[in-house]
Design a protein around this ligand. Structure first.
Ligand code: AMP
Length: 566
């Protein structure tokens, strides 16, 4: 397919904020997508592969600037200064390539296959000495691009398409394309199939061949499914009310979710709840799975919890969070920050799907294949009871053991991927915390010179389609000056610098990507921030590299917290 056709759709999508219009645009486009072009669906989400695939383009802004300078024949500085004015490197590329084309250069016709294969090539280039090659490859593509094509090429490279299309938009568009008379049911079936195998191009192809084909989509170890999410309750009594009596209570471990997959060939893969593949980061976990899970193939849901290697005390999430993104010194980090895997659900076993079976069956089957080994791999501590008194004692025990609280589970419920349906509840002691995204920062002075040291936090707006963030305050506390356990200024500065979109004086704006958990004393109404609220005395407690942006707290959550504190 011609790349220009895709760019036309990107433009149309970017020009409307209305979800229904986006769906109409997409379904018109999808009608034209033939089977061999199905991978353009990845490009519509700004990816090259299904979202769970670990291969990323991974290009820094600096490399893109250099490639653009090369293609346009001007200096890096000129590009940076244009970028500062416009705030979007994609638009800068569009402008510069327009100027260049006016000088009469010929360009060929780019295809989406060429874009995908070149970008995949780019994703493979790693390590020292590849920067030059990367720049050449990108500059080559840019030189062959029309202005609008250059704009989107740059945006794809920087993982910032700005067209407001999410998985759910694409799902509804697929239903619209192939089942215009049966949209509602089709949309649910597309979603269900996508939950079981989140490969949008594959689901698109299945949908083309009818609802029956969608029904046949099943679990496959190695392509992870979305984790079932929990609803919050405030008391044991409320827990019983929601899931009935008796209920299953389990420790709520304070770690991070790991979806464990082992296929028939024995390949093990690990995914976070964002479906990031983190197998390479956890060789220790891979070896525990080989040793302590006795089955040929499976998909298991679990929580990995850090502990102090010397004292064996369990540690809060933030102490191990750094392992999730680690690329170097993996073995050393595994030794310094060991984790214990607490398994709690079984989704597939030896080729058979378990997600449609009641929880009680799943947990029994899981417990049969696990050999418990403390500090390596264990089943989540569990109590099945109809007694409030027993459940309370269990809750207190979980807190004493340094865990977050309890999960309350419905004995008879199926596993609903990606949903917060009330089959699984969380119960924590009262304390307020929020997960927010950093949208801006300020360079420090004195001891903190050179570091970004004060951070503007934002929640998501509740508007449909998301993508908009509202500021709720500034935070500078809770962050460490020295690199030890926890979040340091240096680490945050390094993470945020490549995301800077605008700077003036000491202030910078950054792409919303880095999520932090904060606790605070109080929420006040405030005209200072565009959410209308401000957090008083916020403190950062953890970096949440494991959380997707659409799961941060929303304006509604802030309003609710504000209401509750009164
Ligand atoms: P929250 O992240 O606050 O919504 O709490 C839900 C999370 O608790 C899940 O996504 C898991 O990562 C985690 N968790 C810890 N222990 C368990 C457990 N026994 N069962 C299910 N989830 C658990």
């Amino acid at each position: 397919m011609r790349y220009s056709e895709l760019c036309k759709v990107y433009e149309e999508l970017g020009a409307t904020t209305k979800r229904l219009e986006k769906i109409a645009i997409l379904s018109e486009f999808l009608k034209k997508v033939r089977e061999n072009d199905k991978e353009v669906l990845y490009l519509l989400l700004g990816n090259l592969y299904p979202s769970y695939d670990p291969r990323e383009i991974g290009i820094s802004t600096q490399t893109v600037i250099k490639a653009l300078a090369k293609a346009a024949g001007i200096s890096d500085e000129k590009i940076v200064s244009e970028w500062k004015k416009i705030g979007d490197l994609g638009q800068v590329a569009e402008l510069l390539i327009t100027k260049k084309k006016q000088s009469g250069l010929f360009h060929g016709e780019l295809t989406t296959e060429k874009i995908i294969s070149d970008l995949r090539e780019l994703a493979k280039m790693q390590g020292k000495g590849t920067v030059g090659k990367k720049i050449d490859l990108i500059a080559g593509l840019l030189s062959n691009s029309k202005p609008v094509e250059a704009k989107y090429l740059v945006r794809i490279l920087l993982a910032d398409l700005r067209i407001g299309v999410q998985d759910s938009t694409l799902r509804d568009s697929i239903a619209d394309t192939f089942f215009p008379d049966n949209k509602k049911i089709a949309s649910e079936k597309v979603q269900h199939a996508y939950d079981l195998n989140p490969d949008i191009a594959l689901i698109f192809e299945k949908a083309r061949h009818g609802l029956k084909e969608l029904d046949k989509v099943s679990l496959k170890p190695g392509s992870p499914i979305k984790a079932m999410l929990a609803q919050k309750v405030d008391s044991i009594e409320e827990g019983f009310e929601v899931v009935g009596k008796p209920a299953v209570f389990e420790y709520k471990y304070d770690g991070f979710r790991l979806m464990i997959n082992k296929d028939e060939k024995g390949n093990i893969s690990l995914f976070t709840r964002r479906l990031d593949n983190v197998t390479n980061q956890f060789p220790d976990v891979v070896s525990f799975i080989r040793e302590f899970v006795n089955a040929k193939s499976f998909m298991i849901d679990s929580e990995a919890v850090g502990y102090d290697p010397k004292t064996k005390k369990y540690l809060p999430f933030q102490s191990v969070s750094q392992r999730i993104k680690r690329k170097y010194d993996i073995d050393k980090t595994a030794k310094d920050f060991p984790v214990e895997l607490n398994v709690f659900d079984l989704l597939m076993l030896d080729g058979e799907s378990y997600i449609g079976r009641p929880f009680i069956e799943r947990t029994k089957a899981l417990r049969k294949i696990i050999k418990n080994k403390e500090y390596k791999l264990v089943c989540a501590k569990q109590l099945i009871t109809d007694s409030e008194k027993e459940a309370k004692l269990f809750f207190n025990k979980a807190l004493k053991d340094n865990q977050e609280g309890l999960m309350v589970k419905n004995l008879n419920a199926v596993y609903k991927p990606g949903s917060r349906v009330g089959y699984m509840l969380k119960l924590k002691p009262e304390h307020r915390d929020l997960d927010l995204v950093i949208v801006g920062a300020e360079y420090g002075t004195g001891k903190r010179a050179g570091w970004l040291s004060s951070f503007i936090l934002a929640c998501k707006s509740d508007k449909h389609g998301g993508g908009e963030f509202l500021e709720v305050g500034r935070v500078g506390t809770g962050i460490k000056e020295k690199l030890d356990i926890g979040v340091s200024f240096l680490e945050l500065t390094n993470l945020l610098k490549p995301l800077i979109t605008k700077s003036s004086g000491k202030e910078v704006k950054v792409k919303p990507k880095i999520i932090v958990s904060v606790i605070f004393q109080e929420i006040q109404k405030s005209p200072t921030y565009n959410s209308g609220y401000a957090l008083r005395f916020p403190r950062v407690t953890a970096l949440r590299m494991d959380k997707p942006l659409n799961e941060i707290n929303s304006l509604k959550d802030i309003e609710r917290e504000y209401g509750e504190q009164k």
